[in-house]
Design a protein around this ligand. Structure first.
Ligand SMILES: CC(C)(COP(=O)(O)OP(=O)(O)OC[C@H]1O[C@@H](n2cnc3c(N)ncnc32)[C@H](O)[C@@H]1OP(=O)(O)O)[C@@H](O)C(=O)NCCC(=O)NCCS
Length: 156
């Protein structure tokens, strides 16, 4: 899922615009600058989707929930979008918990929509609407209270 680190861009001639649907990525950093994970967003058709991963040693400490809340602030504040969605393997309890703690609502199941260990598996779709997001969680919070100093967007 996270094969690319490139920016969401657009190109095209005068009468046609093509939105490039490649992911745009952030590193999740601790305050000391240690990179502990990645947070991506990309367009899936007209739908903005996020995905994330943390280094195994850094899981279970609440970092991904905090990073997800921060990226929701960034996306809702910077883009004119009504919703953000995420899809996760039906058996990925940690990822489902992250989304629920960040305010996402479960929408339904995409049956046999992903490959996992050589088998087709179901995906769970979650979304959060702008109305449900309500207000920034982190832009009003002093950085020293955050578990990491910055989400650093990376472009290659
Ligand atoms: C999914 C992932 C990003 C979560 O990151 P994280 O920083 O560990 O998440 P958080 O600590 O913020 O929250 C995880 C929650 O899930 C819970 N959890 C973890 N494993 C669990 C399990 N097997 N069953 C139930 N709950 C579980 C944790 O207890 C925690 O909930 P709590 O805060 O109420 O205790 C991380 O596990 C990961 O990188 N996994 C591999 C990549 C991946 O699956 N990415 C998602 C693809 S959609």
């Amino acid at each position: 899922m996270f094969g690319f680190l490139s920016s969401l861009g657009q190109s095209g001639s005068a009468d046609m615009t093509i939105f490039l649907q490649t992911p745009s990525g952030f590193f999740i950093e601790k305050r000391d600058g240690t990179k502990i994970g990645t947070m991506f967003h990309w367009l899936n058709g007209n739908l903005l989707e996020i995905g994330y991963a943390l280094l195994p040693a850094e899981r279970g400490k609440g970092y991904c929930t905090e990073a997800t809340q921060l990226v929701l602030d960034y996306l809702f504040l910077s883009k004119d979008i009504p919703r953000i969605q995420a899809a996760t393997h039906v058996g990925n309890a940690a990822s489902r918990k992250v989304l629920e703690k960040a305010g996402f609502k479960r929408e339904g199941i995409l049956r046999k929509a992903t490959r996992s260990r050589g088998e087709w598996a179901d995906l769970v779709i979650y979304s959060i609407l702008r109305d449900e997001w309500e207000q920034p969680k982190y832009s009003q919070k002093p950085l020293e209270e955050s578990c990491f100093s910055i989400l650093q967007e990376s472009h290659t």
